[in-house]
Design a protein around this ligand. Structure first.
Ligand code: GA4
Length: 330
């Protein structure tokens, strides 16, 4: 009748109507970082996919389990308490369904944290309970994944034939490195059972930083786009870490490495929990193709920018935007 405004239902917003089934990416490059071929294998994976998984990573299973258990406890608190404990995401804090501040939404709740060199500043809102199991697990886990990220960046430098082993890792090891940590919970949607519909958990995007290190529980949902634009499912593996090349690493390598487009589509059957360390450079760092990498006739494909500039632009963009186009040289 006249005057009745109809708003979209939850289904309209979050359901992905079953389209053609997505193929499973059964041969995700798996890199044993202790193997003698690790450097070359990582470089090949970054060129071909911008994505790989790491085994033999040395991060203890019990540490990961401790943090996951603490995250599950946090997400099972009532909504008001999560907001009270973490503050509403802006961008840091507790967020529910809203991603960023430009209208993107997803069927998830999350905690987004800034990783500072002073860990008590990482989650100021939890300061009083800094000694709690959550904070101690978080602190240890972030330092373990940062170390892993740094090792992989050194293997990349080696594989690229760069003399200086720390040309890439120095960005994330810098005491002013602007790194983030994210805990995601994709809740089930019981009514979806038996249907072929899926949920838009986290829309397609590339990560702005240098490198992202992701670990999830044994629940599928992660998909990546291959070079030809087709989407493939990444089979879950709770004992390995998945690594994404970010936009900044694509620039540093003058486009040799590919910043991988990825998304999360869930089936609503069980909770998916993921935790991601995003290794970023210091705000003042200049991001441009490494001169040592540019061949004789090779032009730089990107204009130099500071991480602060890129980050500001990124946070004004929509999730699915290509954030590198405006820095490309033509
Ligand atoms: C994608 C990668 C990281 O999760 C993130 C995201 C950030 C956010 O969730 O606040 C952004 C997104 C991410 C890129 C575009 C902007 C900013 C949401 C959004 C719409 C923490 C990041 O650094 O960039």
């Amino acid at each position: 009748t006249m005057g009745v405004l109809t708003s979209p239902s939850l289904e309209d917003i979050f359901l992905v109507k079953s389209s053609k089934p997505c193929a499973s990416f059964s041969n995700v490059p798996a890199i044993d970082i202790t193997a003698p071929t690790a450097a070359a294998d990582i470089v090949a994976a970054c060129i071909d996919f911008g994505f790989f998984k790491v085994t033999n990573h040395g991060v203890s299973k019990s540490l990961t389990a401790r943090l996951e258990a603490a995250a599950i406890d946090f997400f099972s608190l009532p909504e008001w308490e999560k907001l009270e404990k973490a503050g509403m995401a802006n961008p840091f804090g507790y967020g529910n369904k809203k991603i960023g501040c430009n209208g993107d939404v997803g069927w998830l709740e999350y905690l987004l944290l800034e990783v500072t060199s002073n860990p008590s500043l990482t989650i100021p809102f939890l300061k009083e309970s800094w000694a709690s199991s959550f904070c101690s697990a978080l602190k240890e886990y972030v330092s373990a994944t940062r170390k892993l990220a740094s090792e992989m960046l050194e293997l990349m430098a080696e594989g690229l034939g760069l003399e200086q082993r720390n040309v890439l890792s120095k960005f994330v090891n810098d005491e002013n490195s602007d790194s983030f940590f994210r805990l995601n919970h994709y809740p089930p949607w019981p009514m979806l059972q038996g249907s072929n519909n899926n949920l838009n958990g986290f829309g397609e995007h590339t990560d702005p930083q240098i490198i992202s290190v992701l670990r999830s529980n044994d629940s599928d949902g992660l998909q990546i786009a291959l070079k030809d634009g087709s989407w493939v499912l990444v089979p879950p593996d709770q004992d390995s870490f998945f690594v994404n090349v970010g936009d900044s690493l694509q620039v540093l390598t003058n486009g040799r490495f590919r910043s991988v487009r990825h998304r999360v589509v869930t089936n609503g059957r069980k909770s998916r929990f993921s935790m991601i360390y995003f290794g970023g450079p210091p705000l003042a760092a200049r991001i441009e193709p490494l001169p040592q990498l540019l061949g004789d006739q090779e032009q730089s494909r990107y204009r130099a920018f500071t991480w602060a500039q890129y980050k500001t632009a990124a946070f004004k963009s929509r999730l699915a935007d290509n954030r590198l186009v405006c820095f490309e040289n033509h």
